[in-house]
Structures are given as structure tokens and as C-alpha cells.
Design a protein around this ligand. Structure first.
Ligand SMILES: C[S@@+](CC[C@H](N)C(=O)[O-])C[C@H]1O[C@@H](n2cnc3c(N)ncnc32)[C@H](O)[C@@H]1O
Length: 265
């Protein structure tokens, strides 16, 4: 019988290869912070950190950089401690901390940069929950602090669709199962097919509300942020994005997009 499950190592290795670029993310975040505050961010808080890939890469920038991340699920944290934290030097390890907790009620020291990536805050389906979370973030930012969140959208992301991408060791499937145009509640799954194995369905499931630029910026304003900046991705001239983001207020629409918002304390 062929196996129909993945090992923990496969699960998070495939996830990170398909949906994350932790090193690139550190560079993008630092560039973004520098363009706003004219200096480097030193202390990073990674909300919904999962394996903590970004915060572990953060401390590789040098001895003055420090990071901590919050997640309530021990499973990705265990993987991250072994595969990211475990590979840092003893000196770097002293500057990283995994915090098992809920982003709503975990008190941390203040950070220069707080991030909520891979749309993790989409789990908050009500405006009231989101504003409470954003207020918590605001409270934990330093005076020059910046909160960065990503978002996605476009008509393609709202239609039932299964998108397949091939990698060396596996195939990755992004599956839009349901989208409710009235509530913007949506259900997505990630499936993986290891090389030579059977497709393992619903390795990750996301039961979300898809929030848009306009409403998020209003909610961030209401949570006390002084300014928000919208970032749009550059074009690769082949129907896709080039991984580089620029601030803008006006842009042509497209079928599917990913963007960032920087919210300033
Ligand atoms: C979509 S994953 C994102 C992981 C990682 N940040 C990334 O960019 O790929 C969402 C993570 O949020 C965590 N999570 C969900 N609700 C949370 C909460 N209220 N407080 C802390 N973590 C939470 C889950 O355990 C999961 O690891």
C-alpha cells in the first residue's frame, strides 16, 4: 500500500518551499522599513510564526538583531526549532525566542517591526476581532514601529480553482474550494503529491475571510495607526509578479494579486 500521509518533515519542508521565501522576506521587510524610517529595524516580532523561518533568518543579519515569534500550535514550532533554530549558531540562538501563545493575549517587549504574513490574520472573520488584534499590535510597537501584513485577491482567487505547481520532490496544489461573495468567507486547501507517491489532500486547510486593501486600511486607522502605505507587486512581463513591491495608490486591476500594507505607529 502506498502511503497517504506525509511525515512532519515533508509537510513543513514542502510548505516552506512552496509558499515561503524566508531569506527574501527578511530583505523585503528590511528594505520596506528602511524606506519608511530611514534606518534598519532591529527587533522583529513574527505573529503566527509557525516554524519561525522568518525570525530565524532575521538574526542572521548581525549581532544587533533580535526576534521573537508567537504561535499557538506546537507542531510547526517543533519542526522550526529543529530545522531553523537548530541550525543557528549558539550566539544567534540567544537572540531568537519562540513564544507559545495567542496573538491576542501574549505580552512581549516592544518591537520595531511586527509582521503577520501568509494572510494568517484572515482567520479573524469579524471586524471587531480584527480591530482588537490590530490594537494589540499597535500597543506592542516601538515609537518608530511598523506593522506589515500581506493580502491577496483578484477575481481568480474567488473562483473554484485548483492550481498545480511542480517542484523537484513534490507537486503543490492551491485549491480554492469555496468563496462566498456576500460575506467574503472562503475555504482554501493545500494538497501535496510527493514524487512517486499519491496525492495527499488537505494537508493544510484555511477557513478565512478575505479582507481587501480598503477595509484593512480603515480598520488599521481605527486601531490607532497614524498612516498606512499600500504596496503592489511589479510585473514580470509574463503575466506574473516579479517579487518586488512598490508603494502606490492607483493601479490597473488584474486577475490575481498579492500585496502588502505597512501600518505606521
Ligand atoms: C497560515 S500559517 C502561517 C505560518 C507562517 N507565518 C507563514 O508565513 O507561512 C498560520 C499560523 O497561525 C497560527 N495561529 C492561528 N491562530 C493564532 C493565534 N490566535 N495566535 C497565534 N497563532 C495563531 C497557526 O497555528 C499557524 O501556524
Amino acid at each position: 500500500m502506498e502511503k497517504t500521509t506525509l511525515t512532519l518533515d515533508q509537510k513543513y519542508k514542502f510548505y516552506e518551499e512552496a509558499v515561503q521565501n524566508a531569506e527574501g522576506e527578511v530583505e523585503t521587510l528590511q528594505d520596506l522599513y528602511k524606506s519608511i524610517r530611514k534606518k534598519k529595524a532591529k527587533i522583529l516580532r513574527e505573529d503566527f510564526c509557525g516554524t519561525g523561518a522568518v525570525m530565524c533568518n532575521w538574526v542572521k543579519q548581525g549581532e544587533e538583531f533580535k526576534s521573537f515569534g508567537i504561535d499557538l500550535d506546537p507542531e510547526p514550532v517543533v519542526y522550526g526549532k529543529e530545522n531553523h533554530y537548530g541550525k543557528l549558531s549558539d550566539e544567534q540562538k540567544k537572540r531568537v525566542e519562540y513564544i507559545m501563545g495567542d496573538v491576542f493575549d501574549t505580552d512581549t517587549e516592544k518591537a520595531d517591526l511586527i509582521i503577520a504574513l501568509n494572510f494568517s490574520y484572515f482567520i479573524f472573520k469579524r471586524r471587531k476581532q480584527l480591530i482588537d488584534y490590530f490594537k494589540k499590535v499597535h500597543e506592542h510597537l516601538d515609537e518608530d514601529g511598523v506593522f506589515v501584513l500581506d493580502l491577496f485577491g483578484g477575481p481568480e482567487s474567488m473562483m473554484p480553482l485548483q492550481e498545480k505547481t511542480k517542484y523537484d520532490d513534490f507537486n503543490y496544489y492551491w485549491d480554492c474550494d469555496k468563496f462566498n461573495p456576500i460575506t467574503h468567507e472562503c475555504l482554501y486547501h493545500i494538497h501535496f503529491k510527493p514524487k512517486g507517491g499519491k496525492k495527499v489532500k488537505r494537508v493544510f486547510t484555511y477557513d478565512w475571510r478575505m479582507w481587501g486593501f480598503a477595509e484593512l486600511r480603515e480598520i488599521l486607522d481605527d486601531a490607532g495607526f497614524s498612516q498606512t502605505i499600500a504596496y503592489w507587486e511589479g510585473d514580470d512581463n509574463d503575466g506574473g509578479g516579479n517579487g518586488e513591491f512598490f508603494p502606490t495608490e492607483e493601479i490597473d486591476n488584474c486577475d490575481g494579486w498579492v500585496g502588502y500594507i505597512a501600518a505606521l505607529k
